[in-house]
Design a protein around this ligand. Sequence first.
Ligand SMILES: C[S@@+](CC[C@H](N)C(=O)[O-])C[C@H]1O[C@@H](n2cnc3c(N)ncnc32)[C@H](O)[C@@H]1O
Length: 377
Amino acid sequence: MKNKERRPGATRKAPASGNNRSSSRPAAGQRRFEDAPARAESAKGRERPAAEAPRAAAQAEAQPARALIERSGERPAERVPVILETPGAGDFHLIDSGNQLKLEQYGPYRIVRPEGQALWKPSLPAHVWEKVDAVFTGDIDEEGAGRWRFPREALGETWPLQLLDVDFHGRFTSFRHVGVFPEQIVHWTWMKNEIEAAKRPLKVLNLFGYTGVASLVAARAGAEVTHVDASKKAIGWGRENQSLSRLDRAPIRWICEDAMKFIQREERRGNRYDIILTDPPKFGRGPNGEVWQLFDHLPLMLDICRELLSRDARGLVLTAYSIRASFYSIHELMRETMRGRGGVVESGELVIRESGLSGKETGRALSTSLFSRWVPK
Ligand SMILES: C[S@@+](CC[C@H](N)C(=O)[O-])C[C@H]1O[C@@H](n2cnc3c(N)ncnc32)[C@H](O)[C@@H]1O
């Protein structure tokens, strides 16, 4: 299925500006992420925020190591608003949504999960919503397992999925996630095309890479990939997915480290990348408890990412979810960061389009996150 890039004449009203960190609820239109894969294994074997233990040491380590570089030159051209829309791909599509829930198809399974933004009524009748394989019912702010219900038959924790020519495991995690964020399909498709069109193997850096689907798509297309995530568990899933995809021999470096620490070291070493994907949570922790706060650390992260771009770089892609901000806040930050580098910054929202039971219909659009992407032209 094709992914469309649409530039509507009129933008919808942006989510309210400002950063309400005390709120546990995601801002309208964006998936929450601090509850997701950032939560690594706890003593009980459940997902909890990565590396809770050495918190005191982490506070010190969380301090940015260098000042922002004073940028000069023109800001890149801009394209706004850009709505990047996917109707799904491979084994995934969004069947229906409504009543603050969404009904998705992941391979053989139909799954119902909470979706705060689906304020409308479902299109499909109740019996379709009832005849599903898994329902996430728990309050996402509470911890503990057992919030998946399997109305038809008991299901295992994982099942095979396929997307953009890579195989990986879907997974019923205790924080309602299933091991993949399908709204990223548009970025991954763009990246795949860039890699395949290049006349040399491109180097890709995937920061906050989670279970590695993007890393595998890049490797399958022929890139040399560096995948960074703070969660040992997520890195383990990524390696498993590499084997499932039969990409064992592909050049992927799996790095379990704090993303900020890693990029600062790469900058000192002079390593460069042609494509950088960064999908940071609002709040997260590195493996040694290093604190990641999006609103505090994003300017420096982008500043360093700019330094890590090769001379012939193809793009720097930022996604932001679960924050109370307009896409303009990351758009203008990206343009300031990329001053003097030319190219274009395009920003807006990632949305998933409902496509019904058949996966072929055209229903309503569900916004998932904000993005900003610098490309050389
Ligand atoms: C929402 S996920 C990214 C999803 C990924 N882009 C995808 O589409 O598959 C956020 C990830 O950030 C990781 N994380 C959180 N804090 C981190 C930190 N300080 N350094 C590196 N990774 C971190 C979490 O473990 C989690 O896997």
